[in-house]
Design a protein around this ligand. Structure first.
Ligand code: CAA
Length: 383
């Protein structure tokens, strides 16, 4: 039995900062951001959107009434949790109208949590083929004004419906994870922003990919040319490219070019959005599927997930015949094109405003799901 992604969609806030505006304000050569980091635009969320509404807006696009009756597992992967105890999945379960006899949990391990959620959901459906599982990877990636990580911020969510005999992508059982206790990026409880050792995070990412990719191929007796494309966690678009370049150092030029060309297709959306943390690998997957010329079911796609701290995982997948009919390519492009470009001053205001649950607040927002008000530490959402 095949199990995998039956439906997939993303949602990003409807505002962005142009990286040239950030470069000018920070007195940096714009090419550092455009070429060195590889980002053109950075999604910024309004105060009326949090990880719950981002996730709900992503999931609502793909769920039918029948799906909502069949889903019995909702897993949210996030590192921007709004509560130390209550899982955001419980609120999402209600907002999305999913039938009551379901598990709803939130999982954490930095940006890897989206993959942890996906693999748990896939295993659940393998065990219970009549079930459907909803995976939501949702985050607000913020490092703060004038911080080292400032040009690598972003926000948004990816939602995936996991079923048997999926219509888009089969997730194969072959997988290998790697765990190492490293302090490259972490956010102690009650810290607003993460603590980051940028150079260490870059090298840990590259070494983790190199290690797990080599071990995976040894374990399953595969090699580079068994893959059509390699997709990466994309904290900024240059990062995956660095890991790929490292891998391709001594590889035949024509083979290397094909991997680089496919990688370029996978970063088109991320260049316009920035880091989604848990959703980044899956935004890259959507971008790749939306832009690649038709894939065949026998084409193997390798996926590298990375979460600082750190856990990495390499696994593989292949498309299902006719998968293109189930993508939302035009809608995805429109979503990005209709966003509002913030002035630098507006961006600074957004970053300075932090939703303070201890203060009663009321919000106005025309987006489908948004925060309506916060009262007595409870967030109220409207549809
Ligand atoms: N034109 C073209 N390129 C230029 C340039 C110019 N004018 N000026 C600089 N560059 C290049 C540099 O040569 C460098 O390229 P290489 O990396 O290929 O050497 C690149 O721009 C970046 O320059 P710096 O290294 O000097 O940049 P920085 O000191 O500002 O730090 C960063 C960059 C480490 C990514 C920092 O933004 C950061 O800490 N970001 C957050 C952490 C992060 O995203 N780490 C990634 C791995 S961790 C992870 O993946 C988990 C996660 O999601 C956070």
């Amino acid at each position: 039995m095949n199990v995998g992604i039956d439906q997939i969609s993303f949602y990003v806030p409807q505002m962005y900062l142009d990286m040239i505006d950030l470069a000018q304000a920070r007195n940096v050569d714009p090419n550092k951001y455009l070429i060195g980091i590889g980002q053109e635009k950075m999604a910024i969320n309004p105060q009326s959107q949090d990880i719950i509404t981002l996730g709900a807006n992503a999931a609502e696009k793909i769920l039918t009434a029948q799906d909502k009756e069949q889903i019995d597992l909702v897993i949210v992967g996030t590192e921007s949790s709004i509560d130390e105890s209550k899982a955001s999945a419980v609120i999402l379960h209600r907002l999305l109208g999913i039938q009551p006899y379901a598990r709803a949990i939130e999982v954490k391990e930095a940006c890897y949590a989206g993959t942890a959620a996906l693999q748990m959901a896939v295993n659940h459906v393998r065990l219970h083929p009549e079930s459907k599982a909803l995976v939501i990877a949702t985050d607000i990636a913020r490092y703060g004004l004038n911080s080292g990580g400032e040009p690598t911020q972003g926000a948004g969510a990816v939602a995936m419906l996991i079923t048997k005999e999926p219509r888009i992508l089969v997730i194969e059982e072959k997988t290998l994870a790697l765990t190492k206790d490293v302090y490259d990026f972490w956010r102690p409880t009650n810290q607003k922003y993460p603590l980051v050792d940028g150079p260490l995070s870059n090298s840990t990412y590259i070494n983790a990919f190199s290690d797990v990719f080599t071990a995976y191929n040894q374990k399953y007796q595969q090699s580079l040319t068994d893959y059509k494309a390699l997709l990466f966690h994309i904290p900024y678009t240059k990062m995956g490219r660095k890991a790929l370049n490292h891998l391709l150092e001594n590889v035949d030029e024509a083979i290397a070019k094909e991997f680089i060309d496919n990688y370029e297709l996978s970063i088109r959306y991320s260049r316009q959005i920035g880091n989604l943390y848990t959703g980044s690998l899956y935004l890259g997957l959507i971008s790749y599927l939306d832009h690649v010329a038709t894939l065949k079911p026998e084409d193997t796609i390798g996926l590298f997930s990375y979460g600082s701290g750190m856990v990495g995982e390499f696994f593989q997948a292949h498309v299902v015949e006719g998968y293109q009919k189930h993508l939302h390519t035009t809608q995805n492009q429109e979503t990005l094109n209709k966003r509002h470009r913030l002035t630098f001053a507006e961006y600074e205001t957004c970053l300075n405003e932090h939703l303070d649950p201890s203060i009663d607040q009321v919000f106005t927002d025309e987006t489908r799901f948004s925060i309506e008000k916060v009262e007595n530490h409870i967030r109220y959402y409207k549809k």
